[in-house]
Design a protein around this ligand. Structure first.
Ligand code: SF4
Length: 65
């Protein structure tokens, strides 16, 4: 599973970093999403990634298998 983050759509709400801190961080500058690695390994990380996508208010995150 791979995560894609569209930083043009990201509004810096930080839900992804709160929901899945092992997968997402935020830019110190403007708060936009920073991927800590695009690949997701293991069922726990996959669940966290799905939750982060679901909670993102801007639709900036997506997953592909
Ligand atoms: S939750 Fe969405 S809008 Fe908020 S920082 Fe993460 S990607 Fe950006």
């Amino acid at each position: 599973m791979q995560i894609q983050a569209d930083t043009q759509r990201c509004v810096g709400a930080g839900m992804c970093a709160l929901t899945a801190p092992a997968l997402f961080d935020q830019c110190d500058h403007d708060g936009t999403v920073v991927l800590l690695g695009a690949g997701v390994c293991g069922p726990e990380a996959a669940d966290a990634a799905r939750a982060a996508v679901a909670h993102c208010p801007s639709g900036a995150l997506s997953l592909t298998d």
